[in-house]
Ligand binder design. Structure first.
Ligand code: PMP
Length: 394
């Protein structure tokens, strides 16, 4: 007789409940990727769900850098940064990231998730308050919990709401954290206003620019650079290398005092293996290419405009996003799932985003655009969408 341990039994129960509510997540295996095209289950699909916004993941110069260092040094770094895993490639990448984002220093983490957990656990402690936008990414919420600080959320992009939460903290030290570009909505946080609020209130301001770096700002230096918000206004900047930079990993950028402190105290930095040096070399190349190849941002901007114009003409339920993330708000989870399945049947891969990733009643198709898309790809997607009779929730 098979016996299932109690905790696994409880987990299985939760999975069954998700299945019953039609909220089961599905793991797809992609057999091959080429530009915006993916092959899955033996079918070729035009993808509108990758975060490779500049189309750099398959850039020949990135691939060459990765191969060169792998040939010279092998694959794994072999240890944590503070033991012997910190290579010249990591150091060069940190320097380039600091220079690009206009910060004194930068520190690499293996993923964005770990960077957010690490910086929050290092900065915050029991008795502190962390004020956050309600739509912030899950890892910012988890970071606050890990640090043992009190989480106070404000309505999306509501600066007055953020001010009320900060004012209610009395004497507690506070971190205010927001996504720069919201991952499921695509809109940009009111960064200038939040920076002023933090200055007035004596709160430390942190921005997660995972979806802004590479895409926004003159040479792609991100949403802060686009608004000329320097290290003084935003002392804690997090951004990832796995999205517009087409690689993997993340970093925190800020003052020497911040970076020195993280190096001593951020557990997700200290107790984990450093990213492969070949990957750091690829990311360093990605920084250079992202800065130099302006045409990628221009092409992406043209695709965003083309998609939004077309969607408006079709009265599709667009959300107010100026970025590469262009969700269509459908409301019920089933509506989003049905639409994604209908698109897949026509050869398009688009993510259906359902609770709890987004709030109840706000399920959507999360369409992401990339410099790898051609005009014809956008037009084909619009044509397919026009046949689905999509409507905004009432
Ligand atoms: N922050 C935001 C806003 C994100 O969207 C993501 C990735 N989905 C992360 C952090 C985590 O980054 P990573 O994938 O590198 O762990």
């Amino acid at each position: 007789m098979s016996h299932r341990p109690a905790l696994i039994d409880r987990l299985a129960q939760r999975t069954a409940e998700r299945a019953q509510a039609q909220l089961l997540r599905r793991l797809r295996t992609v057999e091959h990727a080429e530009g915006p095209w993916l092959e899955s289950d033996g079918r070729r699909l035009l993808s509108f769900c990758s975060n490779d916004y500049l189309g750099l993941a398959q850039h020949p110069q990135l691939i060459a850098a990765l191969k060169r260092v792998a040939d010279d040094e092998g694959v794994g770094s072999g240890s944590a940064h503070l033991i012997c895993g910190h290579r010249a490639e990591h150091a060069a990448l940190e320097e380039a990231l600091a220079e690009w984002t206009g910060r004194e220093r930068a520190l690499l983490f293996s993923t964005g998730y770990m960077a957010n957990l690490g910086v929050m656990q290092a900065l915050l402690q029991d008795g502190d308050v962390c004020v956050q936008d309600k739509l912030n990414h899950a890892c910012l919420l988890d970071g606050t919990q890990l640090a043992g600080a009190e989480l106070k959320r404000y309505p999306h992009a509501d600066v007055a709401g953020a001010a009320r939460q900060l004012a209610s903290r009395s004497e507690a030290a506070a971190l205010l954290a927001t996504d720069g570009v919201f991952s499921m909505d695509g809109d940009i946080a009111p960064l200038r206003e939040l920076a002023s609020l933090c200055r007035r209130e004596g709160a430390t301001f942190m921005v997660d620019d995972a979806h802004g770096l590479g895409v926004l700002g003159d040479d792609g230096a991100g949403s802060l650079s686009a608004l000329a918000l320097g290290q003084r206004e935003v002392p804690v900047l997090m951004a990832t290398l796995g999205k517009a930079l087409g690689c993997h990993g993340a970093f925190i950028a800020g003052s020497s005092a911040l970076i020195d402190g993280l190096l001593q105290s951020a557990r997700t930095y200290i107790y984990t293996t450093a990213m492969p040096p070949a990957l750091a070399a690829a990311a360093l190349t990605a920084v250079r290419v992202a800065r130099e190849e302006d045409w990628r941002r221009e092409k992406l901007a043209a695709s965003i405009a083309r998609f939004r114009d077309g969607a408006r003409q079709l009265s599709l339920p667009l959300m107010p996003s100026p970025t590469a993330i262009q969700p269509l708000l459908l409301g019920e989870a089933q509506a989003a799932l049905d639409a994604a399945q209908a698109l897949e049947a026509q050869g398009f891969l688009v993510g259906a985003i359902r609770p709890p990733t987004i709030p109840q009643g706000k399920a959507r198709l999360r369409i992401t655009l990339s410099a790898a898309h051609e005009e014809e790809h956008i037009d084909r997607l619009l044509e397919a969408l026009s046949g689905l009779a999509l409507a905004a929730p009432v």
